[in-house]
Every structure is written in structure tokens, then in C-alpha cells.
Design a protein around this ligand. Structure first.
Ligand code: KIV
Ligand code: ZN
Length: 505
């Protein structure tokens, strides 16, 4: 039997801490259910004490998502642990993940605690959590920059206190494979009671080494990898789940370890998370980027046609990257639409489905062929909509080379309808100013990009924007065959995400 590596997914916790990310409650449950289908062992569903919405998300996932262990994050204090335990009440299998910084810099500058105070806090937190839930994980935040002797001491103490899993995070993405592998090796050798626990690793990607560091740790004895789908997370993100899993699967000669991941679910999961979080996947991202299996140069195409393995080390099918040959059109009907959406791994509630179908029909009137990429864009809005959301009713544009661009815009929120008009430097600017008047947010456009989703002059244009209010930012996406409409939708989407973030904060 090969050594099993436990996959601990923290997309809904550390991943949600990505700058610009914001996931609705409904979106989070969808992601959790898909992570269960993907076969992750542990889902870290959130940080319950941090806000009521986080608490609700962890509670709902604990109730509805079956299969994996559901974990909640808690600082090493009673209040956090109490709230965390409460949120996990309905889970079949639950874990309290409690953490405390252990490096000198964090202890002195952030926590203002001595090492012995920290040691006591960690032990007390683990013992306290054990009083409620059997499965307790302790993380020594900033472990990779922690004094080694102190790290060994605190690991030994929390294991004695009952920690089932001890996590050694590289919180700031500073370590390297040799150094981190060496650290894990030393922990395995020097900590007296190490065989009573599982060593976990949690790497950030500030130097682009998240996956490499995690694998070096596995080779040296770690048996749990904490990661996120698409590698999203604080700053440059976390170790990417799909990279670690596919490296283990592809290079069994070097890494003779197994995971419980059903790799064919990877691409679907990646798509869903990019839709729900609003963070698109870079085209050249390993495993899940749209170019990951694209061969552009003539020499490469020729090689692949003659023998696939000349330029392909894994098959697109093995990660569920199957291009549909089914192209929908206006005659496809509800059934065709429904089955294609299902095949893409997207679940919609009846009301969401009806709205998405309406949009599909409208699009099919304008565009002969509807590709999978079009469908993903159509359902994105329906998934991210919440009751707090502004929905675009209509807009009108007056523009020309001898007119001041002007835009009346109407937005609906619940049953209320708002209308405003504004002038601007261009039609998009005018519409954005009108939206700001309605929402009363002094939102600034920080970034704007437009791309065609599919080919041809009737292509669906996809607009991505980043907006900021003070130092809070959010991204938004909108799509339409009309690029002004796509721009307006993207802005409304970003504003909704900003409002959700503000509420959460
Ligand atoms: O990066 C980190 O140290 C964390 C801990 C809370 C595990 O996210
Ligand atoms: Zn982290």
C-alpha cells in the first residue's frame, strides 16, 4: 500500500482571503459540494469567529456537505474555539484548526508574547478544543521562520496535549524546497512523540515555490498537504491543489504516494471556483489554464498528431479537460441547456436555472453557436447573485464624436428600482458614474480588460474590472455580445462584491 497523502483544501478559507475574492453563501456551498466530489479529505470551510457570514458559511457546509471532514479555523483562544465548535455542530466529521504564531517576529511585534506564554496558549487551546471535538489540528503560524528548538518544543507539547495534526506553515512563502524538506526531516527525527500525530504542510507562493516546497515536505515525512484550487489565497496564493495532485500522479517514479482525488473532477472544480470567487485563472496556469493543453507551434502540433506523448505529459481527459463537441443553439431547448450545464459541473437552483435559460435564449437569438465558454459566462451572474445584489434593469447610451457621452442607468435591488444619469469621458465612464450615484459608493475603476470569449464578430465579449473604495477592492465580470453592456454588468458585479465585502468586514 502506497503512503497516502491527505489533501486538506483551504480554498474556502485561505483562498477566500485572496485580494478581490468574495464568495456568496450559496456559491460556497456549491464549491464545498464539488470539493467533496473531487475527493478532498478535509474542507476548511472558513474562520467562523471572524464574521457572521463566515459563521453561517461554515455552519451550512457542516450541515450540507457530506464526505470530507469539515474544519473551521480558530485562534488559540477560548472564544474562537467556542464559536468554531458551535459552527461545526451539524457536521458528521469535524475538526477544529487552531493556530498561533511562533516566530520571534510575530511573537514580539504582533502578539507581544514571550515564547513560554505562547507555548502555554497553544497547549491550552488544543486541550480546550479536545474537550469538544476529538479531531484537533494545531498550526504554528510562520513556522518556517521560527527558532527550530522552540518549534520542536511546541510541537512536542501540542502533541502531548492531543493534537491529531500539527501544521508547519510557510506563512510568508519564504522557504525553499531544500530548507523546508530539511525542516520536516528534523521534526520527524527530533520530536520525541512525532509518531502520535500527522505532520501537515501549508505553503504560500510568494516565491512561486508552494508546490515544490509541499512536495519536499512530503518526501521527508509530511502526510497532509494544505492547498487551494487554482492556487488562490493570501497575496501570491497558496500551494495549488491540482499541481500537487498531478505531480504525485504523474511522477510516481519519484513520489510513490497516493491521494483520494478523482482527477477527472479537477477542471470542473477549477471552473466553478473561478466563477464563484470572481478570480479568473491565468491562461498559462499549470493543469487548469486554458492553454495548459494547447499546442500552438507547427512543430508541436505535428509531433502531438504523430504521437501525443511527444509534447504532452498528462492527458487533458485525466483532469476532466474535455472539449465539448456539443454546440448549443436556439433549438437546443431547456433539456439540451440543462444537460450541458450539468456536464460542466454547474448546479443551479430552479430560479437560477430559469434566469440563466432566459439569458441563453436571448444570446442564442444573437449568436448562432453557443460554446461551453459562453455557458459558463451566462451562469456566472446567476451563481453570484444574492438578495443584497443590485441587478441591472436597463441602461441607455448617448455617445458620438460631437456629443458629451451620457448614460441613464436603472438598477434594481430587491423590489426597489433606482435610476440615475451621468456624463463621462466615454460611454462606459458615464454609465459607471451613474452607477456610483445609485449605490452612493465612491468607487474607482482600477483595472479594465475586455476579451472575446469565443470567435467571430458575434463573439461574446467578457469584461473584467477591478474597482476600489478606499483600500478595499473587488473584481467583477460581465459578458454580452454588446461590449458596453458587458462593461456595465462587470461594474455592477464588482460593486455587489464590494458591498458584500464591506458587510462582511
Ligand atoms: O498561512 C498560514 O500560516 C495560515 C495559518 C492560519 C494556517 O493560513
Ligand atoms: Zn495561509
Amino acid at each position: 500500500m502506497k503512503d497516502r497523502v491527505i489533501i486538506f483544501d483551504t480554498t474556502l478559507r485561505d483562498g477566500e482571503q485572496s485580494p478581490g475574492a468574495s464568495m456568496s453563501l450559496d456559491g460556497k456551498v456549491k464549491v464545498a459540494n464539488q470539493l467533496a466530489r473531487l475527493g478532498v479529505d478535509v474542507i476548511e470551510a472558513g474562520f467562523p469567529v471572524s464574521s457572521p457570514t463566515q459563521f453561517d458559511a461554515v455552519s451550512l457546509i457542516a450541515e450540507l456537505t457530506k464526505g470530507p471532514i469539515i474544519a473551521g479555523l480558530a485562534r488559540a483562544v477560548k472564544k474562537d474555539i467556542d464559536v468554531c465548535v458551535q459552527s461545526l455542530k451539524k457536521a458528521k466529521k469535524s475538526r477544529v484548526h487552531t493556530f498561533l504564531a511562533t516566530s520571534d517576529i510575530h511573537l514580539e511585534k504582533k502578539l507581544e508574547k514571550t515564547k513560554s506564554q505562547a507555548l502555554k496558549m497553544a497547549v491550552n487551546a488544543v486541550k480546550y478544543a479536545k474537550g469538544f471535538i476529538e479531531d484537533v489540528e494545531f498550526s504554528a503560524e510562520d513556522a518556517s521562520r521560527t527558532n527550530r528548538d522552540f518549534l520542536f518544543e511546541i510541537i512536542e507539547a501540542v502533541v502531548d496535549a492531543g493534537a491529531n495534526v500539527v501544521n508547519i506553515p510557510d506563512t510568508v512563502g519564504y522557504t525553499t524546497p531544500d530548507e523546508y524538506g530539511g525542516l520536516i526531516k528534523d521534526i520527524m527525527r527530533k520530536v520525541r512523540n512525532i509518531n502520535k500525530t500527522t505532520i501537515s504542510v501549508h505553503c504560500h507562493n510568494d516565491l512561486g515555490l508552494g508546490s515544490a516546497n509541499s512536495l519536499a515536505a512530503v518526501v521527508n515525512g509530511a502526510r497532509q498537504v494544505e492547498c487551494t484550487v487554482n492556487g488562490i489565497g493570501e497575496r501570491a496564493g497558496n500551494t495549488s491543489l491540482e499541481e500537487v495532485v498531478m505531480i504525485l500522479k504523474t511522477r510516481q517514479d519519484i513520489y510513490p504516494f497516493s491521494t483520494g482525488i478523482k482527477t477527472k473532477e479537477i477542471y470542473k472544480t477549477s471552473k466553478l471556483i473561478s466563477i464563484v470567487s470572481g478570480i479568473s485563472v491565468q491562461p498559462n496556469k499549470a493543469i487548469v489554464g486554458i492553454n495548459a493543453f494547447a499546442h500552438e507551434s507547427g512543430i508541436h502540433q505535428d509531433g502531438v498528431l504523430k504521437e501525443r506523448t511527444t509534447y504532452e505529459i498528462i492527458t487533458p481527459e485525466s483532469v476532466g479537460f474535455e472539449k465539448s463537441r456539443i454546440v448549443l443553439g436556439r433549438h437546443s431547448g431547456r433539456h439540451g441547456f440543462k444537460s450541458r450545464i450539468k456536464a460542466l459541473g454547474i448546479e443551479l437552483k430552479d430560479s437560477q436555472f430559469d434566469k440563466a435559460y432566459e439569458r441563453f435564449i436571448k444570446l442564442a437569438d444573437k449568436k448562432k453557436e453557443i460554446f461551453d465558454e459562453d455557458l459558463e459566462v451566462i451562469v456566472e451572474d446567476e451563481i453570484t447573485v444574492t438578495s443584497e445584489t443590485y441587478v441591472l434593469e436597463y441602461f441607455n447610451i448617448v455617445s458620438g464624436n460631437k456629443t458629451i457621452p451620457t448614460a441613464p442607468v436603472s438598477l434594481k435591488k430587491g423590489k426597489q428600482v433606482f435610476q440615475e444619469a451621468a456624463c463621462g469621458d466615454g460611454p462606459v465612464d458615464a454609465a459607471y458614474k451613474a452607477i456610483n450615484k445609485i449605490t452612493k459608493l465612491k468607487a474607482k475603476l482600477v483595472d479594465y480588460s475586455l476579451q472575446a470569449v469565443t470567435g467571430g464578430t458575434d463573439a461574446l465579449g467578457e469584461v473584467h474590472v477591478k474597482v476600489a473604495v478606499g483600500n478595499r477592492t473587488a473584481v467583477g465580470m460581465g459578458a454580452s455580445t454588446d461590449i458596453i453592456e458587458a462593461s456595465v454588468k462587470a461594474y455592477v458585479n464588482a460593486v455587489n462584491r464590494l458591498l458584500a465585502k464591506r458587510k462582511k468586514a
